[in-house]
Design a protein around this ligand. Structure first.
Ligand SMILES: [Zn+2]
Length: 210
């Protein structure tokens, strides 16, 4: 069983719930229950976190879930699952967060892609940071947008030989798709706290993927 010490840092209920429901969709109820047992999260079997933005989830619970995915499915299968499920959580939860709800994607339409992505991700970074104990910021370096996360919920308390936060990559992919009216941008984790980095840092390509 995975055992990661409590972080005493929090993440909101609704995105965690949506992530579990997406996994349930793919793995089935029994598959998800097995995952929750290995993650040490039996308490969530049949009782997922509530459908609200209160912060009852500890970062270590999200990271235990991701660690259990790795343990059962291997990093390749696990990363694909986590990325897909977290991409869906953007649409199902964050997009409806009050701070983003009024921010129509169309407001960004007049901007060039890079400016739109930078501005939109900066707003998302502020919303995420305000709604959880994540500390997110957006920078631009040599025309590349970088999204940096301290207290990453995917890898909190974990160690890995290489970047492991595909569960966060999916979230950014979901937000970019919303910002750019369904175009896709490639998101790559350049630096990961679990692999010795100062933060989890994700780079976003300047041009959309065909
Ligand atoms: Zn991470």
């Amino acid at each position: 069983m995975i055992s990661i010490e409590k972080s005493l840092k929090t993440y909101p209920n609704h995105p965690t719930r949506a992530f579990l429901l997406e996994l349930e969709d793919v793995l089935g109820k029994n598959g998800l229950n097995a995952l929750l047992r290995i993650a040490g999260l039996q308490v969530w079997i049949d009782t997922y976190p509530a459908e609200n933005f209160e912060r009852d989830v500890d970062l270590s619970e999200v990271s235990s879930l991701n660690a259990a995915l790795d343990e059962i499915y291997g990093s390749k299968g696990s990363h694909a699952l986590a990325r897909r499920a977290s991409k869906a959580t953007f649409d199902l939860t964050w997009k409806q967060h009050s701070a983003l709800e009024n921010q129509q994607a169309a407001d960004f339409d007049s901007l060039p892609a890079q400016a739109r992505n930078k501005e939109g991700l900066t707003i998302f970074a502020e919303v995420l940071s305000a709604a959880s104990d994540l500390e997110c910021e957006v920078q631009e370096e040599n025309n590349t947008i970088l999204f940096r996360v301290q207290n990453c919920p995917v890898c909190w308390g974990r160690e890995s030989s290489s970047p492991t936060c595909q569960g966060f990559v999916g979230l950014l992919e979901g937000s970019l798709q919303w910002l750019s009216s369904d175009k896709s941008f490639e998101v790559t984790e350049k630096e990961c706290s679990a692999a010795g980095g100062d933060a989890c840092t994700f780079s976003i390509t300047e041009e959309p993927v065909e």
